[in-house]
Ligand binder design. Sequence first.
Ligand code: UDP
Length: 323
Amino acid sequence: MRVLVTGGAGYIGSHCVKRLGELGYEVLTIDNLSNGNKWAVLYGELKVVDLSDTAKVREILKNFNPDAVIHFAASIVVPESVKNPIKYYKNNTENTLNLLKNLIELDIKNFIFSSTAAVYGIPDTVPVKETDPLNPINPYGRSKAMVEQILQDLSNAYGLKYVSLRYFNVAGADPEGKIGQAYRESTHLITRALKAAKGEIPYIEIYGTDYPTTDGTCIRDYIHVSDLIDAHLIALKYLLDNGQSDVFNCGYGHGYSVKEVIYAVKKVTGIDFKVIEADRRPGDPPRLVADSTKIKEKLNWGPKYDDLEFIIKTAWQWEKTIS
Ligand code: UDP
């Protein structure tokens, strides 16, 4: 079974490539290395290509002739998307549309899409369900929601089969310690807190302490990257077994506040780093927690690492190995 992974040199993509390789899938990665690393691709070949090079992508697809494509490659920083929306509509929406056009022309039918909880915007009810309205509040979320709409239309028109996975807050690292998050500049809470613990940054800021939550800081549903990859493998099997196109939340169904996460990072690392209370960051919903009933019931997915301290422990183990 052949699987092509876009963004396979990045944080989540590299964990997927590792798992696919371990399970004996033939895997090929396309990555432009803008935020990925060659060393992170532990199985199969890496083609360093930008998805905007549609002719090159087409040639690779044609030669490899995958049974499925898992599409991670994307720009993912919310504040950057507010400042530079064109980058997001180009990298996330336009490049995905071009990729899909190639898949349809080459009759490659199975597609797994990295969507995001950001498509919900500020949900009216939490935990949020797949059927709740999509009201993204920033260009990042909109660039992904547009792809979800495109996928529905292409699935209806051309018989493309897809699973869209809406990631909540992905964190942690490969429990074997071989790979982890290695962004040039990470904006994510757990990684930044660990960098503060390591002394790589002088302090961490809490973006907003006046939210309508119990301690005033934002609540997120943190999911271990290995559990998220399980969801991809299950979705892949589901599509290959002729499952119909569908959308699933990927989260644990409960959340932690920024303050709770920082407390847990201090506990796991044993380091009391400096924390500063700062203004809100634009584009942050107060609470974002998944209703994960659908993926549990329909795909039989179940979390193995639903434990914030374990998530932080694996991320810390990884963080200590990188400069
Ligand atoms: N956050 C924070 N300080 C940081 C990074 C993040 O207070 O240095 C907050 C952020 O405002 C949000 C939560 O932590 O409420 C999770 O942010 P992250 O960037 O990790 O993920 P997001 O929810 O934006 O996808």
